[in-house]
Design a protein around this ligand. Structure first.
Ligand code: NAD
Length: 341
């Protein structure tokens, strides 16, 4: 952990630099969950670099507004569809050359409240999508896993090969995805890459609702001059990962030509951790507010500390996260300042 310094750089054009390892121009990508936070950022990168993108989303937690900037783009297509429907998955895969699978029901607490829906979408839907890709002859399939697969494994930093017992139904779904990914790679010679995201944050993250992530909630509350809630003592740590870094990992996964990089799961993070209190304080200082948080009971299913070892992604995918927490935070706050106008 280290003390936060502020970097007040702001830029709205994050995806101008190429990150792909092989040509993507005119190549067709299916992005599931593309109306959501991470999927819409991936869509932005792909379109900006000449690729064709079909987004499939049922808008359960995503927001079509995230896709509005691309509506008129000749290479963009939106298909409203549900992962739980095999026919929708089949139609979504038709004519595509690679799948970037982001769609899922996120949130640990949501899965604790409703494990059946999490399982139906995240496991059943995942198998539907893998099967549809296989039937269409698509080999490259990159998907969102999660740091939650580490569960109660106590060691830091988290290394891919050491995982513990899952602490929530959500974690079970992501772990199960990884098991299925291995089986589909072995049975059907697919090239499947899993990305274990660690607390992604940035523009387009949903700031609304019961299950919103903590950073947009803090920003929203502080902009509204309200005290945000902190679960527990706020000394829990997270490896906050700016969304540009998660996009980079997806683009590398979709375009790598290194056979050893396929059929693996990778940590996707920056490789530094900060406490929730430090994050709150950084946002408070940036916004120059005097507001204090309200502490409440810790949340079930949450892990205490999280920090990734990102050396595997560095070595096999060439992953080099470009935005630290301090660099991503101002971009995120400035985005939400515009949203909350
Ligand atoms: P998000 O909720 O913004 O995006 C998920 C998208 O999937 C939404 O647009 C939603 O409408 C869509 N979706 C949900 N159910 C669907 C269904 N049945 N059919 C079709 N579309 C459906 O979430 P996000 O933060 O962008 O997360 C993307 C992926 O990354 C998810 O798989 C999530 O579990 C994973 N992940 C995210 C984080 C993070 O910090 N944000 C951390 C670990 C893993």
């Amino acid at each position: 952990m280290r003390v936060l310094k502020h970097d007040h750089t702001t830029s709205n054009f994050m995806y101008s630099q190429p990150l792909h390892l092989s040509p993507i121009e005119n190549k067709s990508f299916l992005v599931t969950g593309g109306a959501g936070f991470i999927g819409s950022n991936i869509t932005e990168y792909l379109l900006a670099h000449g690729a064709k993108v079909r987004v499939m989303d049922n808008l359960a937690t995503g927001n079509y507004d995230n896709l509005k900037p691309f509506e008129a783009h000749p290479h963009f297509q939106f298909m409203e569809g549900d992962l739980r429907n095999p026919d929708d998955c089949k139609k979504a895969c038709e004519g595509m050359q690679a799948v970037c699978h982001q769609a899922a029901i996120g949130s640990v607490p949501r899965s604790i409240k409703d494990p059946i829906t999490s399982n139906d979408v995240n496991v059943g839907g995942f198998v539907n999508m893998l099967t549809a890709a296989k039937d269409e002859g698509i080999r490259r399939f990159v998907y969102a896993s999660s740091s939650s697969v580490y569960g109660d494994e106590p060691n830091l930093p988290k290394k891919e090969e050491r995982i513990g017992n899952p602490l929530s139904p959500y974690a079970v779904t992501k772990y199960t995805n990884e098991v299925y990914a291995g089986v589909f790679a072995r049975c059907y010679q697919m090239e499947i890459i899993g990305l274990r995201y660690f607390n992604v944050f940035g523009p387009k993250q949903d700031p609304y609702g019961e299950y919103a992530a903590v950073m947009p909630l803090f920003i929203r509350d502080l902009l509204n001059n309200q005290s945000p809630y902190i679960n527990g003592d706020g000394e829990q740590t997270r490896d906050f990962t700016f969304v540009h870094n998660a996009v980079q990992a997806n683009i590398l996964g979709l375009t790598t030509e290194n056979p050893d990089a396929c059929n693996q799961a990778y940590n996707v993070a920056f490789g530094e951790r900060f406490t929730i209190n430090q994050m709150f304080e950084a946002i408070r200082q940036y916004l120059q507010k005097e507001i204090q948080p309200i502490y409440r009971e810790p949340r079930a299913g949450d892990i205490r500390d999280s920090l990734a070892d990102i050396s595997k992604a560095r070595q096999l995918l060439g992953y080099q996260p470009q935005y630290s927490f301090e660099q991503g935070l101002p971009l995120t706050i400035e985005y939400f300042k515009k949203i909350f106008g």
